[in-house]
Design a protein around this ligand. Structure first.
Ligand SMILES: Cc1ncc(COP(=O)(O)O)c(C=O)c1O
Length: 417
């Protein structure tokens, strides 16, 4: 295993050959302003204290680390713990980074937050923080994602945000990312672009990772308290890469701790309808950073697929690309159907309803735990809870009563009831 370089600020945001600040020239001063503001805030004890207080009093941290005894027994191998990020405010880990960046934006004197969103969880968290801090807020979302994540769109609007549909491209997250960049260029003076995952141009991958590290720090102390030692294996799903890095990063120096990132294998890698960047992706520079992307011969991003909107994205954060090449983190994939099966198993054995994104990590636990010894410890990050996915899951499971319920609601609305 090659040595890992931790300080990405001294490398200009490069993680080995990946990352960097490949942004349009007019954005570079704004990114440099953000970098300077963040470095100052990071060294400011008052800022850190306010962040910690917010996470505790507003978001409900620490989130529990729960031993799934029934789930573990059913699989017959490792003791599997679940880190319950879905119990935080707005139902996913996204709020950790959003609260950090909202504090940073306020410190920089910005009046307006804009963000891209796929599953809607990042948009929801941003709209929530905007309401809490009194920012104006606009969220960009692909039309396809708006259709499949309607509950989150509804709540963002109720929280006072404008949700702007993006009608071009594949009408998913990558198009929302482009649109948010465009809007930022037009409004640099008063607007902070609140990037929701550990990607984009430097300094975002590092800022987002740092704010998400609270997950890994908590897992470390909770595991020491529960078992008196570090876990053997950490598992997390990887969209852009923030919940996984947040959990992995504080353990990177502990060589005995194995880490597995789970990408969306969609309908199967062979079908080409997936979002697994490490299984068919190639080196590219897109949306401000160098990393692995699913792209064609001409460097155009390919359409991706996943049952989980939050994993349905052609790029992966640059630090993951580096950790992949170093072999420090192993990457695997879970298909849509493996994910749904894993979700059902977790619901039936533990009464936990994971987000579809997080259920990809559960699917890896289902595969791997049986081959481990009963004294070995695995932690699965439940990055979010599944409430938002009720429409998709009910459809995927062919629940006729739910379809009837929807039809009756539509009819009632048509009749003005
Ligand atoms: C619940 C949940 N988990 C995971 C992700 C994937 O993002 P990341 O890889 O940045 O954690 C998302 C993205 O929307 C999400 O909503």
């Amino acid at each position: 295993m090659k040595k890992y370089t931790l300080d990405s600020f001294s490398t200009g945001g490069h993680f080995g050959p990946y990352g960097g600040m490949y942004a349009p020239e007019m954005l570079v001063p704004a990114l440099q302003e953000l970098e300077a503001a963040y470095l100052e805030a990071r060294a400011d004890k008052g800022f850190q204290q306010e962040f910690e207080d917010l996470l505790r009093t507003y978001s409900g941290r620490p989130t529990p680390l729960y031993l799934g005894e029934n789930f573990s027994r059913r699989l017959g191998g490792a003791r599997v713990y679940f880190k319950q990020e879905g119990l935080g405010q707005t139902g996913s880990h996204k709020i950790n980074n959003v609260l950090g960046q909202a504090l940073l934006a306020r410190r920089m004197g910005k009046k307006r937050l804009i963000a891209e969103t796929g599953a809607g969880q990042h948009g929801l968290a941003t709209a929530t923080a905007a309401a809490r801090f009194g920012f104006e807020c606009e969220i960009f979302m692909g039309e396809v994602d708006m259709m499949r994540q309607r509950p989150n769109v509804f709540w963002m609007e109720q929280l006072g945000a404008t949700v702007t549909p993006v009608p071009y491209g594949t009408r998913t997250l990558k198009d929302a990312v482009n649109e948010s960049f465009k809007n930022w260029i037009e409004n640099l003076e008063d607007t902070h672009l609140l990037v929701g995952s550990a990607l984009s141009a430097h300094p975002y991958p590092t800022i987002v990772r740092d704010f998400q590290c609270v997950i890994g720090h908590e897992v470390r102390s909770q595991m020491m308290q529960a078992e008196g030692r570090l876990p053997d294996v950490l598992v997390a799903c990887v969209g852009g890469g923030s919940n996984s890095l947040g959990m992995f990063y504080p353990f990177l120096g502990d060589e005995q701790v194995e880490m597995i990132g789970v990408e969306a294998a969609g309908l199967g890698i062979g079908t080409g309808r997936h979002s697994a960047r490490f299984q068919g992706g190639r080196l590219g520079v897109i949306e401000g950073y160098k990393s692995y992307f699913l792209q064609d011969e001409d460097g155009q991003t390919l359409g991706t697929h996943s049952v989980a909107a939050g994993l349905d994205y052609p790029g992966i954060g640059p630090e993951h690309a580096w950790l992949h090449d170093l072999g420090r983190v192993k990457y695997t994939g879970a298909t849509d159907s493996e994910t749904l099966e894993a979700m059902k198993l977790l619901m039936r054995t533990e009464g936990l309803i994971p987000a579809l994104e997080s259920a990809h990590a559960v699917a890896e636990a289902v595969r791997r735990a049986p081959a481990m010894r009963p004294d070995q410890l695995m932690v699965v990050n439940l990055s979010g809870r599944g409430d938002k996915d009720i429409f998709i899951v009910a459809e995927a499971l062919g629940d006729r009563a739910w379809m009837e319920f929807l039809r009756s609601k539509v009819e009632a609305a048509d009749h003005g009831e």
